[in-house]
Ligand binder design. Structure first.
Ligand code: DGL
Length: 277
């Protein structure tokens, strides 16, 4: 009997390169599955765009991932999780295909953050869209009502990464500025969430401006742990996923531009394909 070709990868979506920080950790913990990464680099950043625009762009990309065979899509982007996830889950999925699933990155992060903070003062660094949506304070209050949340929007950080300008001195100004502004909001902050999947790419620079006693939480490992747990609790989804250890990458930009930067971030050579929207 010949094995039937089963191509049902997990879709990982981000506005650009940031989702690679999540995919990297997911692949570490769950190497057996197939993954299809889609970066909407041509339209990044999402962080300064309106609710409606982020929702439309995200929905369009999720539909493409479904068409390419993904039964499960992770929005590895806080901005999309904050502005599009609920609508997609509640309004669109029942019409597109009620057996498919879309998950975000905010919920798994807010479920555990209170376990890290002793002072119960938590800082969030995120895009303007994520901060203005108030998703973090709202979600954290559900799990840890005693935690006080302080937010700072860093609108320049994603463009610096997307344009490969984050490793120079000019970027230091913007990094220091927002860390300083966040810490001014409370001197009791002992835990900071990097609430944008691009920000782990700046972590060494961020550390330079942060006191050593502050814990930095990046989402890659948190989201990977959440996915391990989700697949245990949902065997009906787990059994649909194909397991050939394959990774495929798509970008809405030119692949040549994407490949170089993405390979550096991912730590492995990436050969992407172009996805026309
Ligand atoms: N990685 C996205 C996030 O987590 C970046 C959003 C953007 O494109 O501005 O929010």
């Amino acid at each position: 009997m010949t094995a039937q070709k089963n191509n049902s990868p997990i879709g990982i979506f981000d506005s650009g390169y940031g989702g690679l920080t999540v995919l990297k950790e997911i692949v570490k913990q769950l190497p057996q599955y197939d993954y299809l990464y889609l970066g909407d680099n041509a339209r990044a950043p999402y962080g300064t765009r309106s609710f409606e625009t982020v929702y439309q762009y995200t929905l369009e990309c999720v539909k493409h991932l479904f068409e390419m065979g993904c039964p499960l899509v992770i929005l590895a982007c806080n901005t999309a999780s904050a502005k599009a996830l609920r609508n997609i889950q509640q309004k669109d999925l029942p019409n597109i295909d009620p057996t498919k699933r879309v998950l975000g990155v905010i919920r798994p992060t807010t479920e555990i953050v209170g376990n890290y903070s002793k002072t119960k003062h938590v800082g969030i660094l995120g895009t303007t869209g994520t901060v203005n949506s108030n998703s973090y304070p709202i979600e954290i209050a559900k799990f840890f009502p005693e935690v006080k949340v302080f937010q700072e929007a860093c609108p320049m950080w994603v463009p610096l990464i997307e344009n490969n300008e984050f490793n120079n001195e000019g970027s230091n100004y913007f990094i220091e500025k927002h860390i300083h502004q966040l810490l001014k909001k409370s001197d009791k902050i002992d835990t900071i969430i990097l609430g944008c999947t691009h920000y782990p790419l700046l972590v060494n620079k961020i550390k330079q401006y942060l006191p050593h006693n502050i814990t930095i939480l990046s989402q890659g490992e948190i989201v990977a742990n959440g996915l391990v747990d989700y697949l245990k609790r949902h065997p009906e989804m787990e059994s649909r996923l194909s397991k050939n250890n394959q990774l495929e990458f798509f970008t809405t930009e030119t692949p040549e531009n994407f490949n170089e930067q993405a390979s550096r971030f991912f730590g492995k050579e990436i050969k992407s394909k172009h996805l026309g929207l």
